[in-house]
Write a protein that binds this ligand. Structure first.
Ligand code: MF3
Ligand code: CO
Ligand code: CO
Length: 263
């Protein structure tokens, strides 16, 4: 495994890319309303990334991916391709944005509840995925074992009686979109000791029913739950600091610290 440790100047670039990715999710929030199409949202975000942020989407053209963002609605787990589909009240929607600025990547996603209300089960699913991500972030510090990430999320998913997707994981990030290490979101023995200067994502996908997923055969991208029950995901890009963790993609709407000192 070849894990890059970021220098001070690289960390500055990661902070900038992370902030730009977070700002896209803040910017799009008022437009995520009943009736809008996911393609309209994607067009707006691409326009914002290019013309306001003077950056580019890392998704567009990545291994042939056709759009600037991923928009995953209800039973879509990840890699939802924006299109003519309209959003409806009660839909739960993940928007995942990866911005490339000055050669460095910032990768983040959040859940939106269309029309502000959904079923209690959907609300619990969205909350479980966010709680799991936050609990996992709190384990990150130099000397911590990467197994703690999966352990933290597993405990929360078990509490809610939901399942954790196993086929997709978090990843190192930097000049590469997906670098080493792989970050598993379920209980595992993939041990690796974290070091200051590592950057990686934590992005748990939580399913209401089975953890099993299927990839759309026609487009090769869109991942749905095998049982068509809903799925939720949140994602942050993180930096291991000298004594804890910094959330590089934190948004203003979050009630969570940007920097945690925990060693
Ligand atoms: N942003 C996704 C991730 O969290 C990857 C999307 S790749 C794309 O790793 F090609 F589908 F955009
Ligand atoms: Co990611
Ligand atoms: Co992402």
């Amino acid at each position: 495994m070849d894990i890059s440790l970021k220098s001070a100047s690289e960390i500055e670039k990661m902070r900038t890319a992370g902030a730009l990715a977070a700002q896209v999710l803040e910017y799009i929030e008022p437009f995520v309303v009943p009736g809008v199409t996911t393609e309209e949202l994607d067009d707006r975000m691409n326009d914002y990334i290019v013309n306001t942020e003077h950056a580019v989407s890392a998704d567009l053209g990545y291994e042939g991916y056709p759009k600037a963002t991923c928009i995953s609605v209800n039973e879509v787990v990840c890699h939802g391709i924006p299109g003519p589909q309209h959003l409806h009240t009660g839909d739960i929607v993940n928007i995942d944005v990866t911005v490339l600025k000055d050669r460095y990547h910032g990768d983040t996603s959040k859940m939106y509840i269309v029309g502000g209300k959904t079923s209690i089960r959907n609300e619990q699913l969205v909350r479980c995925a966010q709680e799991g991500m936050y609990a996992a972030i709190r384990t990150v510090r130099p000397g911590a074992n990467l197994t703690e990430v999966g352990e933290a999320i597993q405990k929360i998913a078990d509490k809610y009686h939901f399942s954790i997707v196993r086929d997709y994981c978090g990843h190192g990030i930097g000049t590469g979109f997906h670098e080493d290490p792989q970050v598993l979101h379920y209980r595992n023995s993939n041990d690796l000791l974290l070091e200051e200067g590592m950057c990686f994502t934590i992005e748990p996908m939580i399913n209401a029913g089975t953890w099993k997923v299927k990839v759309n055969k026609k487009n090769g991208w869109v991942v749905t739950t095998a049982d068509h029950q809903p799925s939720a995901q949140w994602e942050h890009t993180l930096l291991v600091t000298s004594d804890g963790v910094e959330v590089l993609t934190l948004r203003k709407d979050e009630d969570f610290p940007r920097v945690i000192h925990n060693s």
